[in-house]
Design a protein around this ligand. Sequence first.
Ligand code: PM9
Length: 460
Amino acid sequence: MVTRQSWAEPWKVKVVEHLTMTTHAERKAAIADAGYNTFLLPSRLVYIDLLTDSGTSAMSDRQWAGMMIGDEAYAGSENYYHLERTVQSIYGYRHLIPTHQGRGAENILSQICIRKGDVVPGNMYFTTTKLHQELAGGRFTDVIIDEAHDSESEFPFKGNVDLNKLQRVIDEVGVDRIPYLSLETNVNMAGGQPCSLENIEQTCALCHKHGIKVILDATRAVENSYFIKYREPAQQDKSLGEILRAICDCTDGCTMSAKKDSLVNIGGFLALNDDELADQARNLVVVYEGLQTYGGMAGRDMEALAIGIRESVHLDHMHSRIGQVEYLGHKLIEAGIPVVRPIGGHGVFLDAAKFLPHIQRDQFPAQTLTAALYLDSGVRSMERGAVSAGRDSKTGENLFPSLELVRLTIPRRVYTQAHMDVTAESIISVYNQRDQIKGLRFTYEPKYLRFFQARFDPVD
Ligand code: PM9
């Protein structure tokens, strides 16, 4: 665990955005109008918005200054070259293919690498990543360690790949059917749980021995690097930047949603070392995203991103970022609220199955809890359980993952410790009335990524 006396944000506030306080009656109407799905709430009716850390960061004055030197040329924007140099120097990959956000990179990677019938092993699924693998004709298979599926396990690196599971997949499927291993850092669906550098190196060595590429999901790799520094004794003297490079150096490329670690409101990229794959990706980026020197981002977005990447590897920044998440997490643990342990990097994850044990899995306890929390205080959270998992692409049956979670995701540099106190109070108040909460059933279920747009009604 991270040990420290106290911490403070390495910045001061220059601009504020006013928040709306709503009444209980207004929230009751709003959540019903939203079909009990927090994604469908207008943000003006949200008090503390912990839906996601994606694109919700506060940019620094330097990033805003960078926006003013956006070169909005269609081709060859100066900001693209700045971003390319920055990614090459901080992440270390040779080729940069910019995209509008992470899933744009996932789409291109899946299309150039996956053939029908292929299997992509990975350390727990992520919603958009898995969907793009499936749309390209592949199938995802989970090779994360068992501890990741146990919300109470205190194992410090619950994002690790189980090398025996991986070897079994290789033996069963054969190397020709495995285009790459998808390696996520700070594993989102497991509760923001990191991988150790030792495990990343061993995983890459095993894959490379068999000629299998490793593609990193680098979305929260800097947060993962922080955990490596404080939990892996051999790495404690290294800087975050050095640890990040060590992670990237043993992989063959990455997909990146820059809307998280990199402190911007929009953007992403695919980065690759292989020349031929990079040519294929550059050819496809013009089909789906935009020219290879902007990939769906404005010049000013690329400038803010280049600056944000450098800010993201500052230790002071990461101390306060993770420190704030841990502050909320430990408050909830002290109050006896069931949360995923250890506290993750980008949010605190409530164990909804334990929070609402009287609600059956097919009445979606996590979805139900997000609605109850909003009703109580206007705090918006996100379901990360069966609704997010969707249906089996072959059988059409609902998938029920081992973890049924509600994510309280902390935007970077946005909320204060007092906001965390209010959030904790509301969760404790909902917990004290949990017996009165009823489950939900679908009234509308879209085909893809249903959690974004589904609607529900309370079960009688
Ligand atoms: N993550 C999140 O809230 C955005 C909405 S939920 C789909 O956690 C990983 C690890 C992510 C991620 C998005 C993406 C996709 C890829 N990998 O949202 O397309 O956490 O930029 O990135 C969300 P984009």
